[in-house]
Write a protein that binds this ligand. Structure first.
Ligand SMILES: [Mg+2]
Length: 320
């Protein structure tokens, strides 16, 4: 498990680093509170941290407070290292958001078992969070989690002025498939669809199961043409090969609708709605195809639509 050590004393840092590495931790060591906060504010922060109380910049207590109030990381087990052992100090440390404290000079064996206890809690928390945020059938994000990801990306997009796109994916004629194959095979087919869709995406894209056979992809950055080409890649990766289920092999296709965020006034639900409208257009146009949202206020997609009319054979825009 990854662990952060923050201590301004180089010899203490070195000692802790080698001990924790010996105990099997993957150690990141920093010399002050500001660097600790930088490491802990991120969504991929280490789930365990050992923070010296007295450090320049931000002290350990302030780091704990900031982590509890502002970090994007889902959970962190924070241990304060302190020369202070008065009850009042301990209360202040725990109140700031620390989970535990170890007094200096510390006993290495005590530190080891306290960190093990922290690790157990961090692992349990991660397992619960996994369960709460993932779709149990397919293993991709569940609806609430993928919408939260979209909302975070939209907030970031508004701050940084970069676009965010969404793609709605719906399995064509899924009900018929479910009825002919049976539900167990319908489930297997959905698992295979999400596995393949994931292969077609970039690490920065997020895939979630939005409803029964409907998936939502959040695509940060890019423009209409890159969004359309990701959607087209997804379409192809499903249509190009039969899906194997326990009942046998079957051809499947998906229809897709895509839309790009149009600025601060558009919220997640509005963006999803436009992608959904485009998806229904794809269904009406014969399925197994990609449609981009054709909002009149969007000059780029108007342009794409004109191109489409000029060259109707364009793969990403034609329906089969
Ligand atoms: Mg210190």
């Amino acid at each position: 498990m990854k662990i952060l050590i923050a201590d301004d004393d180089p010899s203490a840092r070195l000692l802790l680093k080698s001990a924790l590495a010996d105990w099997g931790y993957d150690v990141v060591a920093v010399p002050d509170g500001i660097a600790a906060w930088e490491a802990l504010r991120r969504t991929d922060a280490p789930p365990l941290a050992l923070l010296d109380w007295l450090m320049p910049g931000l002290d350990g207590v302030e780091v704990c407070r900031k982590v509890r109030q502002e970090s994007e990381a889902p959970f962190m087990y924070l241990v304060l290292l302190t020369g202070k052992a008065e009850t009042q100090d301990v209360i202040q440390g725990i109140e700031s958001g620390a989970d535990d404290y170890v007094s200096k000079p510390f006993d290495m064996q005590e530190l080891r078992v306290r960190l093990r206890a922290g690790q157990r809690i961090a692992e349990l928390h991660r397992a619960l969070l996994d369960q709460a945020t993932h779709d149990s059938l397919t293993g991709v994000w569940n609806r609430r989690a993928v919408v939260e990801i979209l909302e975070r990306e939209l907030a970031r997009a508004v701050r940084g002025d970069h676009p965010v796109g969404v793609i709605m994916v719906d399995v064509d004629h899924f009900k018929r498939l479910n009825d002919t194959l049976g539900h167990a095979d319908g489930d297997a087919a959905l698992r295979e669809v999400s596995r393949r869709v994931n292969l077609a995406l970039r690490p920065s894209d997020s895939l979630g199961r939005y409803g029964g056979e409907e998936f939502l992809i959040v695509v940060p950055g890019g423009d209409h043409s890159s969004l359309a080409s990701i959607a087209e890649r997804v379409r192809q990766v499903i249509a190009e090969a039969e899906v194997t289920t326990p009942a046998g092999r079957t051809l499947m296709t998906v229809s897709l609708g895509a839309a790009i965020h149009q600025g601060p006034s558009e919220r997640a639900d509005g963006l999803i709605k436009r992608a959904d409208d485009a998806l229904y257009q794809a269904k009406r146009d014969g399925r197994n195809c990609v449609k981009l949202s054709t909002s009149a206020s969007d000059p780029i997609s108007r342009e794409l639509i004109r191109e489409e009319k000029a060259a109707p054979a364009g793969a990403s825009e034609s329906c089969r």
